[in-house]
Design a protein around this ligand. Structure first.
Ligand code: CDP
Length: 244
């Protein structure tokens, strides 16, 4: 695809923040990662941060209904991202332990949205997320990036796809990683997380008014990247009304 090749590692008119939000397993992180690679930007997966807090609470039997226990847990938690030397993939470190794989299990999937409703958890995660945006040149994906974390982001994308497409993608991803996968179980979890994420009182998942909607049900990975790169170019030049 010549358009993409010509723009690989393209320097935009100025460094920007690209916020990518959307429903569970809609391809947000794939898009945010591909954008970061094409633009030579930092990529931050905020879902991995909420997943890491969840894993810590599960492993340490933290009573998530007890605010004191949550505060103590947050004090004890250190989350870092690191590039693997072998293949440059992004690793998630929880207190220096590689949890990249452990945070994607069904058990964590089942609990993460409850942990993500807790105000103190969100406050701590958002504080850390802000530090990544200081120099711009950032793509960040999650649920509240365009609405709460970086409401001033130059480009906001809201990604969506049909439930069956999302379920199939998560199923394929788990099988590829050698994990056990059950289509109906995955589907039920995605819908339940969307329900909790959209309905919570603090920072609910919603499309920011100025976010561009990308339904990628019928788009290939390359096509969605191409669309987003065009938008990034416009945003870096100060383009307005991108959401129209
Ligand atoms: O990859 P997937 O769409 O399955 O989920 P994720 O991005 O890893 O996020 C896992 C969960 O973390 C979500 O279902 C939300 O409950 C929570 N989350 C959040 O509340 N706010 C964010 N910015 C990111 C994730």
């Amino acid at each position: 695809m010549p358009y993409l090749r010509a723009r690989m590692n393209k320097i935009l008119a100025k460094p920007i923040i690209i916020a990518v939000d959307g429903f569970a397993s809609c391809g947000k992180s794939t898009l945010a990662k591909d954008l970061a690679k094409a633009l030579n930007y930092i990529y931050v997966d905020t879902g991995a941060m909420y997943r890491s807090v969840t894993l810590y609470c599960m492993e340490n039997k933290v009573d998530i209904a007890d605010p004191k226990a949550i505060d103590a847990a947050l004090q004890a938690i250190n989350i870092r991202f690191e590039r693997a030397t072998e293949d440059a993939s992004l690793r998630v470190l929880l207190n220096d332990r590689d949890v990249t794989f452990d945070i994607r299990t069904d058990a964590v999937n089942a609990k993460v949205s409850d942990v993500a409703t807790i105000g103190a958890v969100r406050e701590a995660m958002v504080k850390q997320q802000h530090t990544y945006g200081v120099d711009k040149g950032l793509t960040m994906d999650g649920r509240d990036i365009g609405t709460v974390v970086f409401p001033e982001a130059e480009l906001k994308l809201f990604v969506t796809a049909s439930t069956d497409v999302r379920t199939q993608r998560r199923y394929d991803e788990m099988i590829a990683k050698g994990m056990e996968a059950d289509f109906e179980l995955i589907k039920a979890n995605l819908l339940e997380r969307d329900r909790i994420d959209s309905g919570r009182a603090i920072s609910p998942l919603r499309r920011a008014e100025d976010a561009v909607l990308i339904d990628n049900s019928d788009l290939s990975r390359q096509q969605q990247l191409e669309v987003a790169l065009r938008l990034a170019e416009l945003a870096a030049k100060g383009g307005s009304d991108l959401s129209e």
